[in-house]
Design a protein around this ligand. Structure first.
Ligand SMILES: [Zn+2]
Ligand SMILES: [Zn+2]
Length: 426
């Protein structure tokens, strides 16, 4: 087990640890207290900390059972958007508006915001326990809206257990290697962009035409491509185009489970974060908007090209504009876990709204190669037999069967190999 190193920085004090043998350090509490808008959520009945419970849409005290309903979904309030001006960015609210602390991983650098009362010692992004606690940053922008969790921690563990055991290509004991209770409800940062992109285009479009020609005393036909100029205009509207706000979770993994129902977005209320960890953005608004614009340009280009009368297009040019651009910073619900297998870190991610799951799983190559060998052996055997009998003079049938089996075996083997390769992609 890796041990925490004592931080050499001054101003850190040892705080309570939930895991034996692990020391946890936190910044020495500051004199004076927190900013006035920061709230802390404790149970009004018993004073214990309360946490958001997805299946009840309420804040619940695990100590005395007190419940506070928290559902603004029926009201459908208009969530305001920000325009792209320096003032709106400068004026935007900052901080979480709830007493939080930051957990900085000394291994991968992830900075996660966690409830003050939480005793967490492992990083959900790399599994390391070299973490340092410090006061939450008040510099980061405050989220504008979020999708509350619908999947409960218990459901997330059931889904994860099923998924971990769903492939024969991986190790059988995987669900034991991955501590299911390590699946942490985590809000991940996203930038949501809206814009209208009027564009006009011009291109040469190819048409296949049949041409008659005279050759050696007879008429023949051949096809040729005739290029004609075409032009058109489109006006695409983008609503809440989501761009990742963090690099801590693999882009590929996130893209596989990004089917969020965005009508469920509610205005940010710090109570939704009670008992749940959240990651602030590490990709800035400017960087994300660059990516968002590139994606909109790409999609607008495709819309233009689809207007051409055939699919053969050359010398394409497009003039496009961005109008009514707005942005907002949103939090989306996920369950995250990472585990280490033979020195490598594997991430597992679950969509906290609909339960979609994806992740990396280590491949048991011994098992995969054994299956491939078994698949190829009948074909090889029959082909060999066929060859031997062919020499004797009766082998054509046996050899033919062997060849067919071999081809089938190779095809299935290639599919299995590609699947196994894809199992730990990230
Ligand atoms: Zn209570
Ligand atoms: Zn980490």
């Amino acid at each position: 087990m890796m041990m925490n190193q004592t931080p050499s920085m001054q101003g850190y004090v040892r705080v309570a640890s939930a895991v034996e043998g692990i020391e946890v350090f936190a910044p020495r509490p500051k004199e004076g207290g927190a900013a006035p808008e920061v709230q802390n959520f404790t149970c009004p009945q018993c004073g214990a900390s309360i946490a958001y419970q997805p299946d009840l849409s309420s804040l619940t005290c695990s100590h005395c059972g007190y419940q506070q309903k928290l559902d603004v979904r029926d009201e459908k309030p208009q969530i305001e958007q920000h325009e792209f001006t320096v003032e709106t960015v400068e004026k935007a609210a900052r901080g979480w508006a709830i007493a939080r602390k930051d957990l900085e991983c000394q291994n991968c650098g992830a900075v996660v915001s966690i409830p003050v009362e939480e005793l967490t010692h492992t990083c959900s992004f790399c599994g390391s326990n070299k973490v340092i606690q410090r006061q939450a940053s008040e510099e980061i922008l405050r989220p504008k809206s979020l999708i509350p969790f619908s999947v409960t921690p218990k459901q997330s563990q059931e889904i994860a257990a099923r998924w971990l055991g769903s492939s024969w290509m991986t190790y059988r004991n995987l669900s034991q290697v991955v501590r299911l209770e390590a699946f942490k409800a985590t809000y991940l940062p996203y930038w949501a962009f809206c814009a209208v992109t009027p564009a006009s285009w011009r291109a040469e479009v190819g048409h296949t035409e049949t041409e008659r020609y005279y050759d050696h005393g007879e008429w023949k036909e051949r096809s040729k491509t005739v290029w004609r100029w075409e032009s058109g205009s489109v006006k695409n509207r983008y609503t809440d185009l989501l761009i990742d706000g963090t690099r801590r979770v693999s882009k590929l993994l996130l893209s596989r489970i990004k089917d969020f129902t965005l009508n469920s977005l509610v205005p940010y209320d710090p109570r939704y974060l009670a008992g749940i960890q959240a990651l602030a953005y590490d990709i800035t608004l400017e960087k994300a908007w660059e990516e968002g614009r590139a994606e909109m340009r790409d999609q607008t280009r495709k819309t233009c090209i689809s207007q051409a009368s055939t699919s053969q297009v050359r010398n394409f040019s497009m003039q496009m504009d961005f109008q009514d651009e707005t942005w907002r910073y949103v939090l989306l619900p996920f369950y995250l876990s990472s585990f280490t297998h033979e020195g490598r870190v594997f991430q597992v991610v679950l969509n906290g709204q609909n339960g979609q799951i994806t992740g990396q799983r280590p491949v048991d190559w011994n098992k995969v190669w054994l299956v491939i060998a078994l698949l190829l052996s009948p074909g090889l055997l029959f082909s060999m037999l066929g060859l031997i009998t062919l020499i004797i003079g009766v082998g054509a049938v046996v050899g033919g069967i062997g060849l067919v089996l071999l081809v089938i075996g190779v095809v299935i083997s290639v599919i299995i190999y590609m699947q196994a390769q894809g199992l730990d992609d990230a």
